[in-house]
Design a protein around this ligand. Structure first.
Ligand code: ATP
Ligand code: MG
Length: 207
């Protein structure tokens, strides 16, 4: 083993994925290349604390949609780590578990610009920021620069862990896809065909 080799990097793409769409896949693929990530693990949330009050599709269905979507990219995989956990899912617990699974790797948590701005509201933010790097991919309608100013002021020691980068803009969201299905509008080309067919077969989002 070459002790001078830079540590390997694992990408983590967390999300509700209700359903998964091309915005998620583009952010993950561009981050993989830009930050030389060995692979990207998609981790669907089990019981997301920030989505209380809205009906979230069963973890089994969301996991299956992610599994289908990542099948044709050998750098992508899906993990049921959060789905298996009891109670609410907190990123801090996931990062600790991943460190145990990959003790030699650096973790890079990929978010869209909207989620990047919310990191301060996460549980045990100090630990979260010390356990992982964060990559904020641009997302239409969200400007993360104000957040960076706050970070410079309040947590300057974590700045080297925070990375913003531009991806081709895709104004796609799961919320919009769910309402389109409900209203009988097309969703083709917004998400992989395998996911669209799963939604059609199972009747998800129709009511
Ligand atoms: P919802 O509308 O239900 O919130 P969403 O489209 O935001 O769904 P999430 O599962 O909430 O999807 O997002 C998972 C991660 O992917 C978040 O970090 C989010 O910022 C990022 N993301 C989602 N869509 C895009 C997009 N179009 N471009 C860049 N990042 C995205
Ligand atoms: Mg979202």
């Amino acid at each position: 083993m070459n002790i001078n080799a830079p540590p390997k990097r694992i990408g983590i793409m967390g999300g509700t994925f209700d359903p998964l769409h091309y915005g998620h896949l583009v952010a993950a693929e561009m981050a993989r290349h830009e930050f030389a990530l060995e692979k990207v693990i998609f981790i669907p949330t089990g019981n997301p604390p920030h989505k209380v009050g809205r009906r979230v599709t069963s973890p089994g269905d969301r996991y299956e949609m992610v599994k289908r979507a990542v099948q044709d990219n050998s750098f992508f995989e899906v993990s049921d780590l959060e789905i298996q956990r009891k109670g609410y899912s907190y990123t801090v617990d996931t990062l600790k578990e991943l460190h145990e699974l990959y003790p030699q790797h650096e973790l890079y948590f990929i978010t869209g610009a909207d989620a990047f701005r919310e990191i301060f509201t996460w549980r045990e933010v100090q630990s979260v920021l010390s356990l992982s790097h964060f990559i904020g991919a641009s997302r239409p309608g969200f400007d993360p620069h104000e957040f960076l100013e706050e970070l410079k002021r309040d947590y300057p020691e974590f700045l080297p862990h925070m990375h913003l980068f531009d991806v081709p803009a895709l104004a796609i969201s799961s919320t919009d896809i769910r309402s389109r299905v409900k209203e009988g509008k097309p969703i083709r080309y917004l998400l992989p065909e395998s996911v669209r067919l799963y939604i059609e077969e199972t009747g998800l989002y129709r009511i």
